[in-house]
Design a protein. Structure first.
Length: 71
């Protein structure tokens, strides 16, 4: 018999991996490339580029240029 809960979870997409810049450390706030601010959990330095998923820091991100393309 298959696991119905596992099938249900497969229908729900995972949280996206976002990249942003730390603009405040207490409380931690991350600015995304589109200009929006999100709250995050974890530790990072001011001005550091970080990866964020579901409100938690995943780690440092490389400092590369970002290009936004509207579709």
């Amino acid at each position: 018999m298959s696991n119905l809960y596992a099938k249900f979870r497969a229908l729900i997409p995972d949280a996206p991996l976002l990249v942003g810049t730390v603009v405040a450390t207490a409380p931690l706030r991350v600015q995304l490339p589109d200009g929006s601010l999100i709250a995050a959990r974890g530790e990072a330095e001011l001005g550091q580029a970080v990866f964020v998923r579901a409100g938690a820091l995943e780690g440092p991100a490389p400092a590369l240029p970002v290009t936004l393309i509207e579709i």
